[in-house]
Design a protein around this ligand. Structure first.
Ligand code: GLN
Length: 470
């Protein structure tokens, strides 16, 4: 495999003229040709278009102005984020043939800075999953060990960056889908505060939780992409009207910083080597880490799944065979809906629509959906209280390292438990990042998850950058 530079190094090289975007894209083509058959990270790539763009970028040069911040940087996009004119499949048969007539705000902002888009990456169908095995386009394999999953649902984005099929990628995170694949593939994955990055053009799964964020090789790269995609957007009323704070990456651990390890998470870890790998860099650096209890975190998987299946059942009602993508025509409208939806959706999506419809129905809504809403509000309060005592919270990103293909796919509950450390901060709308721990377990990467108070994304990136330097 041809090693690709990080965004920061590539930008610098392009500016000085020591690297050409064309050569980087040529290396990407090489890597894709060698690895893609086996890894399956892309649903569609457009490497020819990328080559043309790279050539043009090199020819027109790299001025030191704002419009060229990311000029010549090749980036991949998860296939539930709309790129105008390119098919958007969400890894589902039901969207066969759907070409979005508009572009996601996050993509538009990257393009305005000169990014070269490489293609659309594989994912779990409609981003529902933790292993990338529910894709209608086949599973993605982990480039570090192709017998294992890359994580999900942004598994294609993580795998592409891990094998050199892209310099960086955009993913989406509802309950862990950026952080968990980043962790399984030894990368950095940032889930911004809910409301920091516009969801315009991100196909809705669970609208009160979905966020777009970067998957990159370094924290600096995550900060570079974040600072461009973050900020208010008139097309998404849930975006924060204030612009994000500036990020200053000094690499220094701030004096007197306090980090809290969430007791309930560390208690759940079966493999003590994972806990060790997560704690050790902090201990080595002499950072004050203390245990902090957030009791409601224990119920986060239950609360998360009640909410996401409810929102998904509502959001996915729009795929009726009439307005988008695939249609199985039958005599009669109801029959057409029935045939299209039964054949268009895979098992996991169908399961969630059924569960969600049940949980929202008269007679059950109080017991399920409304209870989950109250739970969510209480959980957010407990997080807030914890942040009165510490600056950042620490957990492993995942309870295990990357598991084997096929290991959990027959057991949905086991699969859902992969989200045990990532769901809670998503429910509380908090920014969280996964960075690779220095020590591996069984030769596989372990993710360190850091969580910050809402809107403290910049501080989170600054701190994660300092921890990465350890
Ligand atoms: N694994 C979680 C789920 O299946 C998270 C998915 C996501 O964040 N998109 O819902």
């Amino acid at each position: 495999m041809k090693e690709l530079p990080a965004i920061a190094d590539l930008s610098f090289g392009l500016l000085r003229g020591s690297i050409k975007a064309q050569d980087v894209v040529a290396d990407i083509r090489d890597n894709i040709e060698k690895r893609e058959v086996n890894i399956n990270a892309y649903i569609n790539h457009y490497i020819d278009q990328a080559e043309t763009q790279a050539r043009r970028a090199d020819e027109s040069g790299y001025p030191e102005d704002e419009t060229a911040d990311l000029k010549g940087i090749p980036v991949a996009v998860k296939d539930n984020i709309c790129v105008k004119g390119w098919p958007c499949t969400c890894a589902s048969n039901i969207l066969n043939g759907f070409i979005p007539p508009y572009e996601a705000t996050a993509v538009k902002r990257l393009r305005e800075k000169g990014v070269i888009l490489l293609g659309k990456t594989n994912l779990d169908e409609f981003a529902m999953g933790a292993s990338n095995e529910t894709s209608a386009y086949g599973p993605v394999r982990n480039p570090l060990d192709p017998g294992r999953v890359p994580g999900g649902s942004s598994g294609g984005s993580a795998a592409a960056v891990a094998y050199g099929g892209a310099v960086a990628a955009l993913g989406s995170d509802t309950g862990g889908s950026i952080r968990q694949p980043a962790s399984f593939c030894g990368l950095v994955g940032l889930r911004p505060s809910y409301g920091r990055v516009s969801r315009w053009g991100l196909v809705a799964f669970s609208s009160s939780l979905d966020q777009i964020g970067p998957i990159t090789k370094t924290v600096e790269d995550a900060a570079l992409l974040y600072s461009i995609i973050a900020g208010p957007d008139e097309n998404d009323s849930t975006t924060c009207p204030q612009p994000p704070d500036e990020i200053r990456l000094t690499g220094r651990i701030p004096e007197g910083i306090k980090v809290g390890m969430i007791t309930e998470c560390f208690e759940e870890i079966k493999d003590s080597r994972i806990a060790e790998a997560v704690r050790s860099p902090f201990i080595k650096a002499g950072i004050d880490i203390q245990e902090i209890s957030i009791p409601l975190v224990r119920l986060s998987v239950a609360g998360y799944y009640l909410l996401v299946v409810s929102e998904a059942s509502s959001n996915l009602a729009r795929y009726d065979g009439i307005r988008y993508g695939k249609r199985i025509s039958k005599l009669g409208l109801t029959e057409t809906y029935f045939a299209t939806r039964s054949q268009g959706f895979g098992d996991e999506v169908t399961r969630r629509i059924l569960l969600g419809t049940f949980g929202l129905s008269a007679g059950y809504i109080d017991a399920y959906y409304n209870t989950a809403l109250s739970y969510r509000a209480e959980l957010a309060k407990q997080f807030k209280k914890a942040f009165d005592e510490v600056d950042f919270l620490l957990t492993p990103t995942t309870p295990t390292v990357a598991f084997k293909l096929g290991e959990k796919i027959q057991d949905p509950l086991d699969m859902y438990l992969s989200d045990i450390f990532t769901a809670s901060s998503a429910l509380a709308a908090l920014p969280s990042i996964s960075i690779p721990a220095p020590d591996k377990v069984d030769g596989l990467p372990v993710g360190i998850q850091l969580i910050a108070p809402r809107w403290k994304d910049s501080e989170l990136l600054e701190f994660a950058h300092a921890v990465e330097k350890i």
